[in-house]
Design a protein around this ligand. Structure first.
Ligand SMILES: C[S@@+](CC[C@H](N)C(=O)[O-])C[C@H]1O[C@@H](n2cnc3c(N)ncnc32)[C@H](O)[C@@H]1O
Length: 221
C-alpha cells in the first residue's frame, strides 16, 4: 500500500494511526447495513446463508454487519434491489447519534451519495421529511439512485452550495453535517492518494463555512 502514497502523506498517516497503520490496511473488513425498509434482519440473514456469506453483527447496531463473501456483493441482486447498503462501520454512527424519530423534519446538508440519508430514512421508518442537499450534480445522481434503490420515499433532494443554505431561512431541529473531507478516516489508500496539501487547505475552509451555515439553520431552543 505504501507505494500508492507520497512521502508527506505516509508521514501524516503514521502520525495519525501509528506504526501498525499499513498492516491494518491489509485486513480491512467489508461492512453492510441491512435496509429494514425492504427486508427484516431475520429474512436477510436467511438470504445471506443461502449465498454462503458470513455475517458478523455489530454490538451497538442491530442492522450493521461485517460480511465475508467469496463473490462481489455489490453485483448481487440483493444489492441491486436495495436489501443492503455497503457502508463503513464508522459511517453508521452519525445517524445513530442524530437519533432521528418518526415524523421529524431533518436536514442532511452534504448528503450524496446517500449512505447516511438512507440510514436516517430507515431509522424514521420512511416517515417525516429529510431534505437531502448536495452541491455536485454527479453526486446528486448517485444520491437519487440510492434513494430509489433503497425504497426511500420521505426525502426531498435539493442542489445548492450548503454554505449558503442558511439564506433559505429554513430552520431544523436536527441537521446532519457530513462535510467533504480528506478521507483520512476511510482507510482507503486510493482516497489518500488523491489528497494533496492544496486540497487539504481548501477542505478546511469549506468545512468551516458549511459548519457556520448549518449552525444558522438550527432551530434555537
Ligand atoms: C463526505 S461526502 C458526504 C457523504 C454522505 N453524507 C453519505 O453518507 O453518503 C461530502 C459531500 O459534500 C458535498 N459537498 C462538497 N461541498 C459542498 C457544498 N459547498 N455544499 C454542499 N455539499 C457539498 C460533496 O459533493 C460530497 O457529496
Amino acid at each position: 500500500m505504501e507505494f500508492l502514497l507520497k512521502d508527506f502523506q505516509i508521514e501524516r498517516y503514521r502520525k495519525i494511526y501509528g506504526k501498525e497503520f499499513f498492516e491494518f490496511l491489509k485486513i480491512l473488513p467489508q461492512s453492510i447495513r441491512i435496509n429494514t425498509i425492504k427486508i427484516s434482519v431475520k429474512d436477510f440473514k436467511k438470504k445471506a446463508e443461502e449465498r454462503s456469506w458470513k455475517l458478523k453483527g455489530l454490538e451497538w447496531y442491530d442492522e450493521g454487519f461485517y460480511v465475508e463473501a467469496s463473490e462481489n456483493i455489490s453485483k448481487t441482486i440483493e444489492h441491486q434491489i436495495g436489501y443492503f447498503f455497503i457502508q463503513n462501520v464508522s459511517s453508521m454512527l452519525p445517524p445513530l447519534i442524530l437519533e432521528p424519530k418518526k415524523d421529524e423534519i431533518i436536514l442532511d446538508l452534504c448528503a450524496a451519495p446517500g449512505a447516511k440519508s438512507t440510514q436516517i430514512a430507515q431509522l424514521m421508518e420512511n416517515t417525516g421529511v429529510i431534505i437531502a442537499n448536495d452541491v455536485k450534480v454527479k453526486r446528486i445522481r448517485a444520491l437519487k439512485g440510492n434513494l430509489q434503490r433503497m425504497g426511500v420515499v420521505n426525502t426531498i433532494i435539493t442542489m445548492m452550495d450548503g454554505s449558503k443554505f442558511w439564506k433559505t431561512g429554513l430552520k431544523f431541529e436536527k441537521i446532519l453535517l457530513d462535510v467533504p473531507c480528506s478521507g483520512s478516516g476511510s482507510l482507503n489508500p486510493r482516497i489518500f492518494q488523491q489528497i494533496g496539501k492544496y486540497t487539504l487547505n481548501y477542505l478546511t475552509k469549506i468545512q468551516k463555512r458549511l459548519l457556520i451555515s448549518a449552525s444558522k439553520c438550527l432551530e434555537k431552543d
